[in-house]
Design a protein around this ligand. Structure first.
Ligand SMILES: [Zn+2]
Length: 131
């Protein structure tokens, strides 16, 4: 079973991350590696989707039916993971999008990761880019 290794922080992908993390109450930085593994899981779930969506995703990255993806290195440059912890709940927030808004789950961040990995040739389909 072939595994394609992808380094999201490689300069070739030209991340659009701003590196801006607002200093909000109740938010705290998470270890950098933790988000990478969560994003990897979300990305793999999309690769494994049945039907057209999964097929398109596998074709995009030239991944066969039984292939997978491993993210090595770091997050896309300028994207930072914090947790909002107001009352025991642990909500994920991913800052760094040029809009100044945040992604509130790894699954929502994946379309933007795909956009970066595709070198921005297609319009981004994430919620924050507004397509
Ligand atoms: Zn986007």
């Amino acid at each position: 079973m072939a595994t394609t290794k992808i380094n999201l922080s490689a300069p070739i992908y030209g991340s659009d991350g701003t590196g801006i993390v607002p200093n909000n109450a109740d938010e705290r930085l998470e270890p950098a590696g933790e988000l990478l593994s969560v994003v990897q899981q979300a990305f793999r779930r999309q690769l494994r989707k049945a039907g057209q969506q999964g097929d398109a995703m596998r074709a995009m990255f030239d991944i066969g039916e039984y292939g997978s993806v491993e993210f090595v290195g770091q997050m896309p440059v300028g994207y930072t993971h914090v947790r909002l912890d107001p009352d025991g709940r642990r909500d994920i927030r991913i800052y760094g999008h040029p809009s100044g808004k945040f992604f509130n789950s790894a699954a929502k961040f994946v379309p933007h990761v795909v956009f970066l990995l595709r070198l921005k040739v297609d319009p981004c389909e994430c919620d924050l880019c507004g397509h």
